[in-house]
Design a protein around this ligand. Structure first.
Ligand SMILES: CC(C)(COP(=O)(O)OP(=O)(O)OC[C@H]1O[C@@H](n2cnc3c(N)ncnc32)[C@H](O)[C@@H]1OP(=O)(O)O)[C@@H](O)C(=O)NCCC(=O)NCCS
Length: 178
């Protein structure tokens, strides 16, 4: 298994991965939604606002994650991790955590201060994310699952309370994702 940064040549294979993985886990509609989300992230985000990481095995993409720029009122450099998918037949073999750690190391090398995600705390706590509240950092929209609002600092500093709005990239800028 090889970890690398997403390259536009991976686009079709990565969209298919997300569509298939979420179709298997949550049904066809959610599979289509995630395929569309990833397509929008790739085509609508500025290159400097999107960082993808892929896991390949025998030349096939078996996992993929995306970090997109997340603008916070403190002015610190921040990204949000979403979405994440590992091929159904190789889930629970550590690929998801290896991909996330690989991506976090890359963000550290770019001097990114903060990384957010919105998901299952039991899973994302394995790679350093901790629960926060919207009193500490606002989400762009009201959260349907407030316990899933997670963050970690990559610069060794505590996450400071910040007042004011946050902004995600266009592809995630829809209340249905939050
Ligand atoms: C969720 C997902 C990304 C995890 O990746 P993975 O490579 O299968 O997971 P890993 O092998 O890195 O980690 C396995 C560990 O995480 C746990 N885990 C896996 N999926 C989990 C989930 N959805 N919720 C909570 N814990 C989970 C496993 O129980 C295991 O725990 P253990 O190490 O204590 O035994 C992957 O299963 C997946 O693509 N699922 C379908 C799509 C999805 O739900 N994506 C996340 C939302 S964007």
């Amino acid at each position: 298994m090889t970890l690398s940064l997403f390259h536009p040549a991976n686009t079709d294979e990565v969209i298919k991965l997300f569509t298939d993985v979420f179709t298997n886990s949550e049904g066809e509609l959610e599979g289509q939604n995630l395929g569309n989300l990833v397509s929008n992230l790739i085509t609508q985000s500025k290159p400097q606002d999107l960082i993808g990481c892929v896991a390949t095995d025998m030349g096939c993409v078996v996992g993929c994650i995306f970090f997109s720029r997340f603008t916070v009122p403190s002015g610190q450099v921040a990204f949000i991790l979403s979405p994440v998918a590992v091929s159904t037949n190789v889930q629970k073999t550590g690929i998801g955590q290896q991909l996330i750690n690989y991506g976090l190391d890359h963000l550290r090398s770019l001097k990114v201060n903060l990384v957010f995600t919105y998901g299952n705390p039991a899973y994302y706590s394995k790679t350093g994310f901790k629960q926060i509240t919207t009193n500490i950092v606002n989400a762009p929209f009201p959260l349907s699952q407030s316990m899933g609002w997670l963050a970690q600092a990559l610069d060794g500093q505590p996450i400071q309370v910040m007042q004011g709005a946050t902004q995600c990239v266009e592809a995630l800028n829809d209340p249905k994702y939050w």
